[in-house]
Design a protein around this ligand. Structure first.
Ligand code: GRF
Length: 217
């Protein structure tokens, strides 16, 4: 069976992108990373992508002034040129227009470093510690126009330790991200995820609870 063609959208270091690239090196993985698209020409992840022989593209939003629709149209053109089936946002730090999001409904994934719907937005690890959360983690979800919302595909949790620092917690959550993003993309690429009433079903069953994953860091 031909593999799904995936574009990973990044703005920075691209460690989640790298995890997806690694997973897709296995020929039995149902998706291939066909394109890495960055809004920033200096994103570190572009170097990693090129080193892996993956096509890269840059749509630099700064060249478009305030015209968000034009930025999104340019991205759409690149995605179509590469015959992309699925888009994975991985540290892509731009809001997308509802029109663009609509074109990728249930075909665009995002990873967020918190157990959504808790801690949307930035500084999630600091806020989880300050709130006294006992569990924290990461979520892969389908993208909807509202930021950090949308049907949840997979979650992974870690225990918050009494003496945790933001950096230590972030590192443990990142290890979880690198495990759940390839796993969630696999489910989507295998057409095992459906969305009913705004919620994901996996093989027709509710998404399992966030598994608490043991991480070394
Ligand atoms: C990750 O924590 C991801 O969850 C968030 O942005 C960060 C990106 O890191 N959306 P990286 O570029 O994948 O290393």
């Amino acid at each position: 069976m031909s593999r799904m063609r995936v574009a990973v959208l990044i703005s920075g270091r691209g460690s989640n992108m790298a995890a997806l690239i690694e997973a897709a090196k296995d020929k039995s993985y149902p998706a291939e990373i066909s394109l890495v698209l960055s809004n920033r020409p200096d994103a570190g992840g572009l170097v990693t992508a090129r080193a892996n022989g993956i096509a890269t593209a840059i749509v630099d939003h700064k060249l478009f002034g305030k015209d968000r629709a034009a930025v999104d149209a340019a991205m759409q053109q690149v995605l179509e040129a590469h015959r992309i089936d699925i888009v994975c946002l991985a540290g892509f730090m731009r809001l997308l227009s509802p029109g663009f999001v609509g074109q990728w409904q249930n075909r665009m994934l995002n990873i967020h470093p918190a157990l959504l719907p808790a801690f949307k937005g930035l500084d999630t690890h600091k806020r989880a510690i300050e709130a006294g959360a006992k569990r924290h983690g990461a979520t892969v979800h389908f993208v909807v126009p509202e930021m950090d919302a949308g049907p949840i595909i997979m979650q992974g949790a870690v225990a918050v330790r009494p003496d945790d620092t933001e950096e230590a917690l972030a590192a443990r959550v990142l290890a979880v991200e690198h495990r759940i993003y390839p796993a969630a993309l696999r489910l989507v690429a295998e057409n095992r995820v459906s969305v009913i009433d705004g919620r994901c079903l996996i093989d027709g069953a509710p998404v399992p609870d966030a598994e608490t994953l043991m991480t070394q860091t």
